[in-house]
Design a binder for this molecule. Sequence first.
Ligand code: GLC
Ligand code: CA
Length: 556
Amino acid sequence: MSKTLKKTSGLSTDKNWWRQAAIYQIYPRSFADSNGDGIGDIKGITSRIPYLKSLAIDAVWLSPFYPSALADGGYDVDDYRNVDPKLGTLADFDEMLAGLHKEGIRVFVDIVPNHSSNLHEWFKEAIDAKPGSKARDRYVFRDGKGVNGELPPSDWVSHFAPSSWTHESTFGGKGGQWFLHWFAPEQPDFNWENREVQKDFLKTLKFWSDRGVDGFRIDVAHGLAKDLSEPFRSMPVHEGLEQRGNKGKGIWGDRNEVFAIYKEWRKVFNQYDPPRVAVAEAYVHPERLPLYASTKTLGQCFDFRFIETPFEAGAYKAATQEAIDLAQKNKSSCTWTLSNHDQIRHATKMGLNPAVERRDWMLSNGTSHPLDMKSGTQNALAATLYILGLPGSTYMYQGEELGLHEVTDIPEKDIQDPQYLRNLKVDKGRDGCRVPLPWTKTGSSFGFGTGGAHLPQPKWFADYSVEVEEKDPSSPLSIYRTALALRKELQSKEVIKWHKTKDISVLHYSRPNGWHCITNFRGHAYPMPKGEILLASSPLVNGRITAGTTVWFWKK
Ligand code: GLC
Ligand code: CA
């Protein structure tokens, strides 16, 4: 860390700061726009540091802000060591980082190692180069099948497009080959067996670490190693979690070779004081999570199980206990998360009848079944207090502190997400959780900026704005603020004890210091146990905890 940083830094010196941290994910394009062009930017984030401070979070995680043509919202990176001119400059980044550090807020940046964009210098070079060249070896180029190579090299299906192979002529290549992409064609996969690729990412990690970045979120961390032996194995359906429970020998996704890469990264992280930290985005079978979260590799791995866990006591208890057991196995800490930029906002999920098929519902623009926005937000708050009480870190997504819902009626002409555009339009995509935040009740783009917003904001955003919620002590924002501040003071050893309740819809656990958390999921009004009430996600009624409510209380 440089001298100036040290002087102005308000960061704790605790090396274990990440174990029980509260991390707030910023989706930069949709957070705050400083220059009125409708796109959120770095200076916008800097201008909102007081707000971030008011949330009492320990860190922010910034989704990609690197130069990008936005074929996949910035997860198509042109240059890993720069800031997108649409979002600012490296100097703006440094200013933001220093400002956040001064307030004691650490910063994670997003590293996207599985693929670059098609506009990355290396891919442009590869397209111009000959088959078999050094430039092509940084990616995965192969000859096609069929008499004239007119068919893709294998039947592999991509996440966004029907095939995971695109003919290079699409981007002007003349070598007659196909290239591999797990995601959109504008996101060609790197060849991770190539030493130059490996070394370039070490350079990127050092670049941001030297600037003072504290941690990294690793995109598609399970994807880098692939079985490229020929003849190619068959994968006519995109490999799901089930197949990834294949003990590290799948075609792509979660192969054992990937850990050698992270062991090398770990050496870089440990060169810094405090060591840089990382969290893996790895959609893998839960039994494989500890491999990514090991102290010898990335150190932490998102546990996404709460994203799909129905808001029910039994399911929550099982998910909690499994995650705690796993974390203890590898000496990592738990990573709770309810929402992120890829998921339907959890307030919306929790306001829908659980039997509703959400993909169809989204495709109907949210009209095929009723959404109870009020109870969705209420349940979401109860779920948040439930997970914030647990040992480990919590990763939150911008806007959830406002109880925001998914925007379901984005007109087709405005949709940006390749998950819709490229995926035969059978999935509405993820734009609905990426709509720019409402800061004020009125005004241009609800205070997001002085111009418009790059995705249309619905009218109901007014009532969910920071301005409105700040004035209401019972709003989601007020409760998040209180909860996060309290959580810091109450933090305790990384264990919980379950307490019996008289209703199977009610869960009660406590931490060793006397911090208790009780949640009534869907049960009858439940008598409040003895103890000093610290915070309730919804008011008690006649001394009872009603359905969709969590209460924190203190009892020695
Ligand atoms: C991750 C990101 C997602 C992106 C994909 C490809 O899953 O979270 O937004 O589309 O990787 O980079
Ligand atoms: Ca802007």
